[in-house]
Ligand binder design. Sequence first.
Ligand code: ATP
Length: 236
Amino acid sequence: MNSGMNSGMNSTLVFGGTFDPVHRGHIESVCAVARLLADVDVYLVPCQIPAHRPTPAASPEDRLKMLELAVGSQDRMFVDDCELRREGTSYTFDTLLDYREKLGESGSLLFLMGFDSWVTLPDWHRWEELTNLAHLLILERPGADQESPDVLRRWCETRQVQDPKEMMNSASGNVCFLSLDQIDVSASGLREAIAEGGSIQGHVNPLVMNYIRQHNLYTGASSKKKMPANEWSTNG
Ligand code: ATP
């Protein structure tokens, strides 16, 4: 982690993902949520081995580096490599348990996810216990289902709140759905575009775009062949 964890005075927002690669949808969404909550420390947590999806195309080191480039030196926003340092499959439960231990019993802890992740929750390790550790904040996402599966709808009944700020007054236990300006970009779409030689300009931070080009990521090429520089503008 590139900063010491706060002492529990403020709320903490954790945003996990493969970030393969990190894109505008991630950064602008988490920034919009942070602005809305107004007084929150944000931690972006790249996973090592995702539990329910194929191994990421880029290495953990590359995904971490791209995330650090995208986050830069934004106030109260940090990249936390805790899952990369942990052995084996990355479980959100374990990560939130670590945060809870560091924050103490009363610090408000929120976990942010897109709706496409939310609908898979019943497959997650110890998913029903996640709200013992944190609040869950779910963002609408372009192209994702609009309806929660029945099991989640029922589970939410006693937990749901309408205003995410309510979550900042308690440690854990609630679920809230948020609809913000949606940014229609996905990491899989970007990987496909790169593999097909297309442009990803405007969808990722220019520094991330440069990193992808310099390290020849997502091209599907096994060799370290450099891409022609003129195919890759760094404006974005
Ligand atoms: P992929 O296309 O490979 O599934 P992704 O774009 O969903 O990747 P992840 O790293 O898997 O990226 O996502 C991390 C988290 O960010 C997930 O909770 C996901 O729902 C959320 N997320 C990703 N893109 C967006 C977006 N454009 N708007 C809102 N949430 C998003």
